[in-house]
Design a protein around this ligand. Sequence first.
Ligand code: ATP
Ligand code: MG
Length: 251
Amino acid sequence: MKWFTATTWCWNCNIQAYGKRVSYMSYFYILLAFLHSRRYNCFMNKEARQISRLGIMGGTFDPIHFGHLVTAEGARYEYKLDKVIFIPTGQPPHKQNIKRTEPWSRFEMTRLAVATNPFFEISPLEIERPGPSYTIDTVQEIARLFPGTQIYFITGADAVSEILIWKKVEQILSICRFIAATRPGYKLGETWKKIDELPQDLKKNILCMEVPALAISSTGIRQRVREGRPIKYLLPESVEEYITSNNIYQD
Ligand code: ATP
Ligand code: MG
């Protein structure tokens, strides 16, 4: 046995002596393959490594309301998400002509609303990025920040039909899954026809989730403020106070 070990050792030395350059190169390639297979996990921060399922809740949030919060919490529970990041849009590409509240005010309202849920976070990613906010850019950026994490893009059913006209939808669906929350009064009929036309491997990335009937919309809240009607119990108190003290949606 000793003889065998010694011979193997000598043989290894010989290989190393004659093929030093070759063996160094192979160590280098093995290291590269290892790093690639771990998807550069070793460069990630500890928190990113612990998250295996991450939800993204995108929206204008003008203002954020309980419809958004109930949907995000429902998705977190249903799909066992470790965290949901709320990303207020900077400049929505399809709403460019519509007057919107200043991005950092929408950000602040969203920050106040998510503060009470330890699983919720907020990111200024889209607000800080110049130009129109395209979902593909956001999803790619999140995938880069959380390599190896399964990303779920949470959206209301009304937005699903918009997905199908979004820029690079096939690319988005190959990076993340969509959780489509059914919104009261919204019929998925035509949308499902369009989804059905997608290739099977993309179609399976659109998941449906029912949320308790919440007929709340930001449009409705803005209108109520303009008309001086109450918005209490439609959104968190902290957001209501922010709207009142900053005179938002008055005109
Ligand atoms: P607006 O009336 O200005 O369009 P909104 O209430 O639709 O506002 P958005 O910021 O446009 O809110 O929506 C962000 C996301 O939340 C979208 O995916 C939308 O479908 C979803 N969403 C909005 N309201 C509800 C609700 N009441 N229940 C479930 N999902 C909702
Ligand atoms: Mg909307």
